[in-house]
Write a protein that binds this ligand. Structure first.
Ligand code: SF4
Length: 247
């Protein structure tokens, strides 16, 4: 009688241990011991990013807030370069929600078929266009909550649109920023939202408007996933990743 609960507890412990191991295994590679950058170090990193690229720009081609919104929706799990190959033809035909709805889902699907998940994305582009016409006078709303109600639009997309189209100091955490934040130790977290929250807390106000572009570009071209180019990295002395190849 007394042994039964003991076996249950052991099975429970074993499950917990397995879950814990799985979590650790899938956690991003990060700087040792969850380090914290000093405020002066973060200030210095962004001072250098700014000196190297004073007016960083997003790489998704667009004409207006609506085409930006569509481009960002299309870029989910796809590269900006891949999206940029398809969107000129699409935007030449439809640069407003009204024109997009008139173009129709079949035609949109055809025009974006080189982009991953194009069927779902075509449906979302038409759906969000309809909603913009019905509820927002055909305009892209400058509000996170309202943007997130549109089909295919999540927090990251809303952050990009708010930042680029409306100049808000939002930080959209994509795969590059997630990696850079965790690897360097500047903003560690298990989810993009964790990293976004930490960056929001630590990035000095003067640099917040462009922080997301600087970090994306740093991750895309220097602190790349497989073999980061530490030897040409402008924040290598500040980076706290034990695996960096320079000191
Ligand atoms: S030193 Fe290397 S790992 Fe650290 S931020 Fe620079 S490129 Fe990335």
């Amino acid at each position: 009688m007394a042994k039964k609960p003991a076996r249950k507890a052991s099975a429970k412990t074993s499950k917990r241990t397995k879950r814990k191991r799985a979590k650790v295994k899938s956690a991003p590679k990060r700087a040792a011991a969850d380090p914290q950058w000093m405020p002066a170090q973060i200030e210095e990193a962004f001072r250098r990013f700014k000196a190297a690229n004073p007016e960083p720009k997003g790489e998704l081609q667009h004409i207006n807030p609506f085409t930006l919104l569509v481009a960002v929706v299309l870029s989910a799990q796809a590269t900006d370069a891949g999206v940029n190959k398809a969107t000129p033809a699409l935007f030449a035909l439809a640069d407003t929600p009204e024109k997009m709805v008139a173009l129709g889902e079949d035609r949109v699907r055809e025009l974006i078929k080189t982009i991953g998940l194009f069927r779902t994305k075509a449906k979302n582009v038409i759906g969000l266009s309809r909603k913009l016409i019905a509820e927002h006078g055909g305009q892209v709303p400058p509000s996170r909550e309202t943007l997130e109600e549109l089909p295919g639009v999540g927090r990251k997309t809303a952050n990009v649109v708010l930042n680029i189209a409306f100049g808000e100091p939002t930080i959209a955490v994509d795969t590059h920023i997630f990696r850079v934040g965790n690897r360097t130790g500047m903003a560690t977290g298990k989810t993009p939202f964790d990293v976004e929250t930490k960056l929001d807390q630590v990035v000095p106000a003067a640099y917040k408007r462009h922080a997301h572009h600087w970090l994306i570009l740093h991750g895309r071209y220097t602190c790349v996933a497989r073999k980061p180019l530490c030897e040409k990295c402008i924040i290598s002395d500040l980076c706290q990743w034990p695996g960096k190849t320079v000191t």
